[in-house]
Design a protein around this ligand. Sequence first.
Ligand code: ARG
Length: 421
Amino acid sequence: MAEGRHTLITTGSYEAEPDEVGRVLLLYSGGLDTSVMLKWIQDEYEAEVVALTVDLGQPGEDFEVVRGKAMNLGAVDCHVIDAREEFAHDYVLPAIKANALYGGGYPLFTALGRPLIAKLAVEKAHESGCDTIAHGCTGKGNDQVRIESTVLAMDPEMKIIAPVRGWQMGREEEIAYAREHGIPVKGGTESPPYSIDDNIWGRSSEGGPIEDLGEPPRDDVFNLVTDPREAPDEPEDVAVEFERGCPVAINGERLGLVELLERAGEIGARHGVGIVDHIEDRIVGLKVRDLYEVPAAELILTAHKELEKLVGTIHQNTFKPQLDAHWAYLVYAGLWYEPLLGDLNAFMDAVNEQVTGSVTVRLFKGSARPVARESPNALYDQALAGFGESGGLFSQQASPGFIELWSLQSRMAYGIRNRKR
Ligand code: ARG
């Protein structure tokens, strides 16, 4: 290690000591932190750096530019992997089947992406002879937990460095370091002070003015979803069709999953749908505020939940949300490889065998409301449910007997608790 700009205190057995580091696989986004890191690792560890950038459908990213930047900063190689198909099918789809919302509002797009990114990092590290994986997460967030736990599950021998946790540079110092080392700083220092992460399933903003809980979000936060006040004055009805829990068509047009999620995002965003102002319990103990833009998730999850309700029994419908919440918790907490998640997935798949049909959602100035549904598996019979006399399967004369037995224990308990002494 050259002149010690940072104090290296290792507490995890998997954290690389400088003399163990020969070649580093860096998870590279092209942003300031990981660009500074690309240079810094070469200097501090005297190691070679292979960069890896993963395309999960971040809107508006030019991956050739990112690649070029990495090469200019001295990477021996830079790989860009288009992982959108794998992300959609193996990560977002299970989340749809589990109606996944952490804390009731966060559809987990970042949490779903990290284990995939970490898995690809381990694969690329092996391919390119790297002994260490580096990432740009801070020591305060969930992402470090997700990436490191996945890396270590896949390769217990892999070493990890997370320079941001230890280098004790603030943003100003990082910018100074960047200037000093010829690292281009995007948009000067004037860019909005938010920490952004996005992919095909949503976008988050954290930090800066968002940290003031007493203040409503500023307009400059939102970048994906139209301000509901400016959304069209006419509602739009969107039919989402599912086969065994997987969305397969929008408004009658069959689409591959990646395209379908993109389309759902566009339509939702146009109508101001999917803005979430969320207070969140991070797994490392902090409570933070996130501003989410999740138009695709809002449309697809609304439709999926509605269809599931239509084909599920009362018992499935009261039980599954508890497992859904636990699924979201495990994924949020970075335990993608935990066996319990596999067990829960088996349950989700079993329930979703019946989730075939179509739900029409009405989008209007920020709201998404189911207005029509149809399914060959609906546990619904219009003749039985109607107010008219139905006979046959349902006998109204049977109801008093049912009520007498159904309420027996509860009535007895009520009587005991209210008896006059
Ligand atoms: N709060 C969300 C989560 O923990 C979003 C995190 C976004 N990550 C980021 N590096 N800005 O999953």
